[in-house]
Design a protein around this ligand. Sequence first.
Ligand SMILES: Cc1ncc(COP(=O)(O)O)c(C=O)c1O
Length: 398
Amino acid sequence: MAPDALPVSQMPAVPPRILLGPGPSNANPRVLQAMSSSMIGYLDPDFMLIMNEVSELLRRVYQTDESLTFALSGTGSSGMEAGLSSLLEPGDTVVMCIYGFFCERMVDMATRVGANVVPLRAEWGKPFPEDLLEEELGKHAKVKLVTAIHAETSTGVRQPLEGISALAKAHDALFMVDAVTSLGGNEVAVDDWDIDYCYSATQKCLGCPPGLSPVAVSPRAHDTVKSRDSKPVSWYLDLALNANYWGFDRVYHHTAPVSMILALREGLRIVLEEGLESRFERHRRNADALRAGLDALGMEAVVPREHALDQITPLWIPEGVDDDTVRGMLLREHNIEMGKGLGALAGRVWRVGLMGESSRAEYVLGLLSALEDILPRVGYEVPQGAGVGAASKSLSTA
Ligand SMILES: Cc1ncc(COP(=O)(O)O)c(C=O)c1O
């Protein structure tokens, strides 16, 4: 029977999954509770105080004193599109560091804006080589913007940003960073790294559902948006208009998603209660344990540890093993979601996300135990107990 023909009483409930994919990750129960608070007007003076708190908490998580911090109504892609369509005008040159699936999404968006897009494509699965950028910047009289992704979720590489930022600044360009998968799981130091525009998403390392894109806008980026010759093509994602609503002017822009803003406030409080350093350390410890377990099962991560992210670990699918079958068995038999590969890595890798609420030792052990159960049944023998044992040992010595 088609799902829409089912009697209401038989509609499926939302199963309580363990979300170990690229996001959404599990939401903290306190966050879900905050979302069920009573409704309040988006211009209510008490809601304004809540928005102030969200901005302040974001400032701390983004490690910035200088930038405006607020949240766009939309998922991470809205932060990406708001930055590109607000900072770039048609004909402006943008040099884009490209090393994964989401970098390519940026190219698509910047092209739609009508910018002069210069994509610098480098090998997926490795940090972007800065000399490529240096050489390219030397060829242009004026570059408006340089872009990079801190945590490429498609490859699992942690991209160092200081060098790219220094090159952008040496050429008087603005620097835009995607921190969708890093914020809350890795250090993102907006002021120290001289980032002009940084955006993230609520559903990964911040422990909230998808729906908002928290951003940090430097004074220089804000001035750039305010002094454009032409209006940004997107009204909804105009950074200056959104900043007006979140800033002192409180000018009505659109009906803010009140419950999501309450969720973000709670999520950020939880991040800061844990402490940024302890949170990063938790992500590191659990990623180490996962890698130790996979290694013991003879499975190989795509990215060597020194360049790897802690919150997402792509691993090569063993020869002869079917991608969908294993992920399906994990979901149906063990209630665990694991991610599939994207773009050039589709069908070749699985991606294990240990982000925010989902970065827990018991989930690492549960996943390894489930893989030890499933893999021999699909033709890939593994030493029983070896993965769980190695991960336990890693956790106990961490
Ligand atoms: C690095 C990166 N950037 C951008 C996005 C897009 O975010 P969203 O799916 O929330 O729109 C994602 C989503 O996974 C991502 O991983």
